[in-house]
Design a protein. Structure first.
Length: 743
């Protein structure tokens, strides 16, 4: 290929100028057929140098556990100077536009310098090379893919160089004058790698292409702003690119400068609410299929069975998934259909390259990272994603307890992002260092709530409970966002929920703690929103859409400035209502807090449950056992038993009486009463709150409590089993006092 004149490419102004100039320093020489800009004499962008480097890269890695650069150096031993110097240029171009933290920036610079030292004599890198390697970067979406797929990206760059070297001079001249011609040139490179291809397109033509390389981010930007430029032209790669370019020109004109897609005021208009960046996913096969798990690991993939499901594409909406699964899986029960909806939507839309994935088998946990977008197998019976699995397995029992709890959550695909930091700590050393890059978008993602402040001994003492079980309840609530306190009557479920929420919210005004009580006639319209009669100014009756307590509190929690403040909704007597009727489509958001749904009364307004909204339910097991609860609710809530025989309730009455210097006989009576109740009737045992009344300190008051509150409960519980005389003999106040006196 003969050299061509330097093209008059329009440079994009703004923070990316240094990056674009540094990129053109290397790209310009290669695309125009000149010797390498690194030394001015070595021919690197040639078919022969690229073929030699590609052959060495395709040998694979000598040691999967060794650092990437160690394996690359091993592969390049004995290579020509042209191939080694091309590797330096490829490493530079692959990482140049990425946004980095300072630690990772030093790693990238060190890699380029290390590769240059392998040449004989060592290559002294020109200053222009480093000027663009700044920490701000321009590509900030899913940059983890660039770290986990370096080998794939380097191989594509080699094929790109080979493809460029075969072009006629007039073809290259056109590509250097027309961005669409350059796109066609890059897209014709064999075995396309969209992320690195789009990165190179941007570096070559920053005035036309955008530093946004992930399919989902490109789609979201285009869809969010297409109405500004007359609507979208189509969904092909070229059409989306053209749409985004038109949108940029419009927004640049409005702003009077080049806009940044990741600026906070702009990203909030196109990125899904609450996007946490990197997620973590627990994956399961049906019946723990060890052969399929082996195929996942051996073929570097993960799959999802969709044998009966119609063809759905990446980025499908939750509503479409729900409709498709309901129609195509009518042969399954409700719970199985719900699990399939969750799994399909997660696999096609929520899961992204760079996310962590893991599976369990035979007591071991294996970690990996998602590298690709979803694809269908040829027979459309199974979907797959490319995954890089790490060789090291971790014993389940060695994992932190809060991680073990998350991994016990049922489901085919379970979002375990709440423990993503703990999982990242398990990654191999090389992977862990590079994982820092994945956190780069955090600067533009809406802030997540800070952790709950630790509970104090003083707080535990005020409830007359031990601190450790209370702290565990708080930690579980922080991890899962919603839990249920259940147990027999009188165990202080509502009392604990109110005081715990107030303490964690650090809110003495109760503005961030709200309580609702469910009952048999309570419905979705009461809980979330519904139409209510209203009188117009003309005196006519109309219907007005009125927000319920959940919607009001959620909107308050989502207001700017409130993101770090925890809000609490307490649902008292939760099991007295028809929960499926009350929650409706909100079931979905209880599991996917970071997604949006469209509501039955507000179909044009997306709604999300903010991460800083916590739900505490209470259930009286004397009324209804949790075993009879809706399975979908049981899966979405953590359940904590408050029982007179276990902490934190056990001993609370005695501590209450001792703290006030009162007679401790009621505590002894409570223990004797519960000991008289059979263990298999543990849901019928009595809680301490009955004896925390002032009346319990007088003989007459104690008799009234026994006669009018406790005995009627026991008579109802044992109706048809014990007659009144038998009940009196077994549970009567005088009989229990006599037994205590005889001890």
């Amino acid at each position: 290929m003969t050299p061509t004149a330097k093209p008059a490419m329009t440079r994009a102004p703004g923070i990316s100028k240094e990056i674009e100039d540094a990129a053109w320093f290397v790209l310009g020489a290669g695309l125009q057929g000149r010797p390498s800009a690194l030394d001015g004499r070595t021919a690197t962008w040639t078919a022969s140098a690229a073929a030699e480097l590609l052959e060495r890269l395709e040998r694979g890695v000598a040691d999967p556990k060794a650092p990437m650069m160690t394996n690359l150096r091993q592969n390049l031993m004995g290579a020509s100077r042209g191939a080694k110097q091309l590797a330096v240029e490829m490493l530079f171009l692959q990482s140049l536009p990425l946004a980095h933290e300072v630690k990772s920036l030093k790693v990238k610079r060190a890699r380029v310098a290390e590769a240059a030292s392998w040449l004989e004599p060592p290559l002294e890198l020109p200053g222009e090379l480093y000027q663009g390697m700044t920490d701000h970067g321009v590509i900030r979406d899913r940059t983890a893919e660039f770290n986990w797929t370096i080998w794939d990206h380097l191989r594509w760059l080699c094929r790109f160089v080979q493809h460029v070297d075969k072009q006629a001079p007039d073809t290259m001249a056109k590509a250097l004058k027309d961005p669409l011609a350059f796109h066609l040139l890059a897209a014709e490179t064999p075995d396309d790698q969209p992320a690195i291809r789009r990165s190179i397109e941007y570096l070559a033509w920053p005035s036309y292409f955008e530093p946004v390389v992930a399919d989902v981010e490109r789609q979201e930007i285009r869809d969010a702003f297409a109405s500004l430029v007359g609507g979208a032209k189509g969904d092909s790669d070229e059409e989306i690119t053209a749409d985004i370019h038109r949108i940029r020109l419009y927004l640049d004109k409005q702003a009077g400068q080049r806009i940044d897609w990741y600026a906070r005021q702009l990203v909030s208009q196109w990125r899904k609410v609450g996007d946490p960046g990197r997620r973590a996913w627990l994956l399961r096969t049906h019946h723990d299929d060890k052969d399929l798990l082996a195929a996942w690991h051996g073929e570097e993939k993960v799959t999802l069975d969709v044998e009966h499901l119609r063809l759905l594409g990446p980025g499908v909406t939750a509503g479409l998934v729900q409709h498709a699964v309901d129609e195509d899986y009518k042969h399954l029960g409700y719970v199985e259909r719900e699990d399939n909806k969750t799994a399909v939507f997660a696999f096609l839309t929520v899961m992204k390259p760079g996310d962590l994935v893991l599976y369990q088998h035979a007591g071991a946990v294996r970690l990996g990272v998602v590298l690709g977008e979803p694809e269908h197998n040829e027979d459309n019976r199974r979907m797959r994603r490319k995954v890089r699995w790490f060789d090291e397995a971790h014993t389940m029992t060695d994992l932190p307890r809060h991680v073990q709890r998350q991994l016990a959550t049922p489901g085919v695909i379970v979002d375990v992002t709440r423990v993503v930091q703990a999982l990242q700590a398990l990654l191999p050393a090389e992977a862990e260092a590079e994982a820092d890059d994945a956190a780069a978008p955090a600067a533009v993602v809406e802030p997540v709530p800070e952790g709950f402040r630790p509970l104090t001994e003083e707080f535990a003492a005020s409830l007359h409970m031990d601190l450790e079980p209370l702290q565990e309840i708080a930690e579980l609530l922080e991890e899962n966002r919603q839990l249920v306190l259940y147990g027999p009557p009188g165990t202080g479920k509502t009392y604990l929920a109110k005081h715990l929420a107030a303490e964690l919210a650090a809110d003495s005004t109760d503005e961030r703690v709200k309580l609702v009580q469910f009952h048999p006639s309570y419905a979705y319209e009461d809980f979330f929103e519904g139409f209510r009669p209203d009188k117009t100014d003309e005196g006519q009756v109309s219907f007005k859409l009125v927000a319920g307590p959940l919607r009001r509190l959620a909107e308050e929690a989502a207001k700017p400035g409130n993101e770090k403040k925890p809000y609490f909704l307490i649902i008292d007597e939760m099991n007295r209502a028809n929960l499926a009727k009350v929650f409706g489509e909100l079931y979905f958001l209880l599991e996917y807090r970071d997604d949006r749904i469209y509501l039955q009364y507000s179909p044009n307004e997306p709604f999300t449950l903010p991460d800083n909204l916590y739900i505490i339910g209470t259930m009286n097991t004397a009324d209804r056992s949790i075993a009879m609860m809706d399975a979908a609710i049981r899966r979405r809530f953590s359940f904590i038993e408050l029982h007179p025989k276990t902490e934190p309730v056990k001993g609370s009455l005695l501590r209450f009486l001792q703290a006030r210097g009162l007679d401790t006989t009621p505590a002894l009576l409570l223990d004797a009463l519960n000991d008289a109740i059979d263990e298999w009737d543990r849901d019928l045992m009595i809680g301490p709150s009955y004896f925390m009344k002032k009346a319990a300190q007088t003989p007459s008051g104690l008799r009234r409590i026994w006669k009018y509150e406790l005995m009627p409960l026991l008579e109802e519980h044992y109706h048809g089993q014990l007659n009144r005389a038998q009940l009196q003999e077994r549970f009567g106040l005088e009989q229990l006092l006599g037994r205590l006196a005889s001890r």
